[in-house]
Design a binder for this molecule. Structure first.
Ligand SMILES: NC(=O)c1ccc[n+]([C@@H]2O[C@H](COP(=O)([O-])OP(=O)(O)OC[C@H]3O[C@@H](n4cnc5c(N)ncnc54)[C@H](O)[C@@H]3O)[C@@H](O)[C@H]2O)c1
Length: 425
C-alpha cells in the first residue's frame, strides 16, 4: 500500500502512465478480442447481481464462471436470479466456482478475465489490488474506500492498472448517463457562466435491515447489515451521497475543494439496530477560487425525499438531475431523446467495448477524488472540525482491520463531535 504524503496537485492518476498502458492493453485485447471472456462476481448482493446481469448483456461472448461472497446463501440467491435472467445460458457456475468466506475472492480472480467488485466498500482496496496484481479487467462499484489509507491504496492500484493497460470502470454511474454527460458538458462550456455555488441534496427514506440471528457472530451481523457500520460503509454520506458529490466534482472539472465544514447526527434512526452511523449530514465545501458547495443528505423515514443538484452561475442556473439549463436571458434547454440511456448498462457496455477494441478506460482519478470528498465531509462532521483536502487524503486513521476473521468483532461507538480520546481523521 502506498501511503506517501500527497498534495492536492499531485493527487491524480498520471496521464503518462495511462498512455504507457495503452500499448500493453492493445496486445492483451487483440488476444482477447475474439475469445470468450470469463466473468467473476465478488459480492453477490443486489447491486453485484444487477451489475453481473449488465456485464453478461454487454457482450455476447462472455460467461459467468465464478462467484464469491462472505456467505454461501448470498451466492445461491444471486445465482438463482441470474439463472432466470436474459443471459441465463451463459451462467455456468458449478460448485468449483463458488467461494464463500472472506478470502474466496483470491481463487475467483485466478479463474476470470473480468471481475465485478460489489462488496461493501471497506474491502474494495484489497479486492481491487488483487484484481490488478493478477492482470485482470474490472468493474468497480462505488465507494472504493472508507478512509485515508484506503483512498491512497486505491489510487496506487489505479496507477498500476494504467501501467498494465487494464480497464477499471467505476460504478459512479451518472458519468455513464448520456443525459448527464450532455448537461455537464453544457455547464462546462459556459451555459450558466462562471459557477458561483453548487447545491446538492440526497434526502431519502430509510433503507433495508436484514435482522439478526442467534447463530450469527457479531462480525456476521455487521457484514449482513453493513450499511449501518461506518467501518464497512463509510456512513451514508460516503455510501450513498457520493453520487451527488461526484456530480458536484464532475461539474467542477474534478478539482477538489480545499476544505469542508460539516455537521450532522442521528435523530430519527436511533435504535441500536442501526449500528454506529448517523442519519443526516450538512456540509459546506470551499474551493480556492471562492466557489462554495452546499450539500445535504439524510435517510429519514416518513419525511419528504428529494434528490437534486443545482449549479448557480453568473448567467443562470443548471438543474443537473433534471437535465435542464435555465439561462438568465435566452431560452431554457432540456434534454430530450427517445434513445435508451440506462446508465447501469452503459457503464458495462463501455467496459466490454474497450476490452474488445484494445482500448483502456481508467476511471481511477475521479473515482478516488469524489470518494475522498465524501470522506473529508464525514471526517469534518464526526470531529466537529473543518477538514482540509490534504488532511483527508493523508490521514493515517484506518477504519478497516487488516486481518479480519469471523468472530465477535466490536464496532466503534457512535461518533460524537468533540468527544475526548476519539479520533475521526
Ligand atoms: N451504483 C449504484 O447505483 C449502486 C447501487 C447500490 C449499491 N451500490 C454499491 O454496491 C456495493 C454493494 O451494495 P449492495 O446494495 O449490493 O449490498 P448487498 O448487501 O446487497 O451486497 C453486498 C454483498 O457483499 C457480501 N460481502 C460482504 N463482505 C464481503 C467480503 N469481505 N467478501 C465477499 N463478500 C462480502 C455480502 O454478504 C453481500 O452479499 C456497495 O459498495 C454499494 O455502495 C451501488
Amino acid at each position: 500500500m502506498s501511503i506517501s504524503h500527497q498534495s492536492r496537485r499531485d493527487f491524480m492518476i498520471a496521464g503518462g502512465a495511462a498512455l504507457a498502458g495503452m500499448t500493453l492493453a492493445s496486445r492483451a485485447a487483440r488476444a482477447a478480442s475474439a475469445e470468450e471472456l470469463k466473468l467473476g462476481l465478488i459480492g453477490c448482493g443486489g447491486r453485484g447481481t444487477g451489475a453481473m446481469q449488465n456485464a453478461l448483456l454487454a457482450d455476447p461472448n462472455t460467461r459467468l464462471v465464478a462467484m464469491a461472497d462472505g456467505f454461501a446463501d448470498r451466492i445461491e440467491e444471486s445465482l438463482k436470479s441470474l439463472k432466470k435472467g436474459p443471459a441465463k445460458d451463459r451462467v455456468s457456475v458449478d460448485d468449483g466456482g463458488k467461494f464463500s468466506g472472506l478470502d474466496g475472492y483470491k481463487k475467483l480472480i485466478e479463474m476470470c478475465d473480468v471481475v465485478v467488485l460489489a462488496t461493501p466498500p471497506a474491502f474494495r482496496p484489497a479486492h481491487l489490488k488483487a484484481v490488478v496484481d493478477a492482470g485482470k479487467h474490472c468493474f468497480c462499484e462505488k465507494p472504493v474506500a472508507v478512509d485515508g489509507p484506503g483512498l491512497r491504496a486505491v489510487r496506487a492500484t489505479c496507477e498500476e492498472a494504467a501501467k498494465k493497460g487494464l480497464n477499471i470502470v467505476s460504478g459512479l454511474c451518472y458519468r455513464y448517463e448520456n443525459k448527464k454527460r450532455e448537461t455537464v458538458k453544457r455547464i462546462q462550456d459556459g451555459a450558466v457562466g462562471d459557477i458561483i455555488t453548487i447545491e446538492t441534496v440526497y434526502n431519502t427514506s430509510g433503507l433495508w435491515h436484514r435482522g439478526d440471528k442467534k447463530d450469527w457472530s457479531r462480525l456476521e451481523y455487521q457484514l449482513r447489515n453493513w450499511i449501518y457500520f461506518g467501518w464497512l460503509s463509510g456512513d451514508h454520506i460516503v455510501e450513498q451521497h457520493i453520487h451527488s458529490l461526484d456530480k458536484m466534482m464532475w461539474v467542477m472539472g474534478d478539482t477538489p475543494p480545499a476544505k469542508a465544514t460539516a455537521s450532522g447526527g442521528r435523530t430519527v434512526r436511533t435504535d441500536a439496530k442501526y449500528g454506529n452511523v448517523w442519519d443526516h449530514f450538512n456540509t459546506v465545501f470551499e474551493w480556492d477560487n471562492g466557489v462554495r458547495g452546499f450539500s445535504s443528505c439524510r435517510q429519514w423515514e416518513n419525511a419528504i425525499t428529494a434528490v437534486y443538484d443545482n449549479v448557480y452561475g453568473t448567467k443562470g442556473v443548471a438543474k443537473v438531475q433534471e437535465h435542464t439549463i435555465l439561462p438568465s436571458g435566452g431560452d431554457a434547454w432540456k434534454w430530450s431523446s427517445e434513445e435508451p440511456d440506462d446508465m447501469y448498462q452503459n457503464e458495462l457496455d463501455a467496459l466490454f467495448r474497450a476490452i474488445r477494441a484494445g482500448e483502456v478506460i481508467n476511471n481511477g482519478d475521479y473515482m478516488v477524488k469524489s470518494n475522498a470528498v465524501a470522506v473529508m465531509a464525514r471526517m469534518s462532521a464526526y470531529s466537529g472540525q473543518t477538514v482540509t483536502w490534504d488532511q483527508c487524503i493523508n490521514s493515517d486513521l484506518s477504519l478497516v482491520p487488516e486481518d479480519l476473521k469471523f468472530g465477535d468483532y466490536e464496532a466503534e461507538p457512535i461518533p460524537v463531535p468533540g468527544a475526548k480520546g476519539r479520533r475521526y481523521f
